[in-house]
Structure formats: structure tokens, C-alpha cells
Design a protein around this ligand. Structure first.
Ligand SMILES: [Zn+2]
Length: 190
């Protein structure tokens, strides 16, 4: 393999990886973002959170998911496939009048990159809720692991709704728009 071939391929790979990251940056670091939520989302995106599959390489023997006892906690399981995550995603999408169909982290990123571009209330809610979900799952997983404390799925959904409400309540939302009126009702934004 020639040096030239390696160079062309590495540039092509760099572009392929970089472009979704640039779009994803706008979904995570937007004007209404909550720093601690966005930081965890960003680390999850880059697969830099110390999930147990990563810790396994260092010290621990217990690799089970804290929520469902799946034998291996990975980023994709914890934030997407775990029944806890699945319930929260489905609830968030349902509250937005959408259906959650994502089956892989990659298809989720592709969906978010193509759907979360405009400045609508729906997009704002989805971006706040999406980052809050990742933060809350990570926070809850750590509380269960280190403090033995746990909240059920409904309580976590309530916490996400509270975060969305606190970020958007009192803002000048277009309440004449019927889509926005329904969103405000479902998310308790008044
Ligand atoms: Zn699980």
C-alpha cells in the first residue's frame, strides 16, 4: 500500500467522521443548553464515559447494567437499548407527537442531525430533553452504583419534564400555533 493511498483514505475518513460531529455540536451546544447536561452528552457521543465495558479493561469484574442486569453495560445499551432508556425515549417522543424508531446509535445520530436543525419549539424541546435524558441516565446509574439510591422510570421522566419546563417556561413561545399549544400542554410549559 503506497503512502499516497493511505493519505487519501485518512483524509476521506477524517471528513466522514468530522461532518456529523460538526452538526452534532449544534445539537448539544445550543443557546439554551445546560452545561452539565451537554458535557455528559458530548462525552457519550464520543464514547468517553467510563461505562463498565471500559472499566472492565481496568479494574472491575461486575459489568452488569445497573437498570436491567444486562450482562454488559455499554454506551449503546445504557443510553439506547436498556428498557429504562427505551421507556424514556419512547415517552419523550410520544410527548412530542413523534414515534421513536431508532435501533442503533448511528441511526439515532443520523435522525437527530437531520431533524434538529430548525428553531421551532419542537426542536428546542427535543434538544433539551435529549441532553437531559443522557445526563439523567448517567446520574441515576452512578447513584445506584455508588449510593444505592434509585428512582423509577416515571420519576426520571418527571425529572426530564421539569428540566424542559424550567428552561422554556416564561419564554415568548408562539402559543397561536396549535402544534406549540399541544407541546406546551404535554410538557407542562405554561
Ligand atoms: Zn439495562
Amino acid at each position: 500500500m503506497s503512502a499516497g493511498a493511505i493519505s487519501v483514505r485518512s483524509v476521506r475518513d477524517a471528513i466522514r467522521v468530522k461532518r456529523p460531529l460538526v452538526i452534532w455540536q449544534k445539537i448539544i451546544w445550543f443557546p439554551l443548553h445546560i452545561s452539565k447536561h451537554s458535557l455528559i452528552s458530548w462525552m457519550a457521543l464520543l464514547d468517553r464515559l467510563p461505562t463498565k465495558d471500559r472499566l472492565l479493561r481496568m479494574v472491575i469484574n461486575d459489568c452488569q447494567c445497573m437498570f436491567c442486569d444486562d450482562p454488559l453495560e455499554t454506551r449503546d445499551h445504557l443510553f439506547l437499548h436498556c428498557p429504562m432508556a427505551d421507556y424514556l425515549w419512547n415517552s419523550i417522543f410520544s410527548l412530542c407527537g413523534l414515534q421513536f424508531r431508532t435501533r442503533s446509535w448511528e441511526s439515532f445520530l443520523a435522525w437527530a442531525c437531520s431533524s434538529c436543525k430548525d428553531k421551532s419549539l419542537l426542536t428546542s424541546i427535543m434538544k433539551i430533553a435529549l441532553n437531559a435524558l443522557i445526563y439523567i441516565i448517567w446520574e441515576e446509574r452512578n447513584k445506584k452504583m455508588f449510593l444505592g439510591r434509585s428512582r423509577n422510570a416515571q420519576e426520571l421522566l418527571r425529572a426530564i419534564k421539569d428540566i424542559v419546563g424550567s428552561q422554556l417556561r416564561g419564554r415568548n413561545l408562539n402559543s397561536i400555533n396549535s402544534v406549540n399549544t399541544n407541546l406546551c400542554k404535554h410538557w407542562d410549559i405554561v
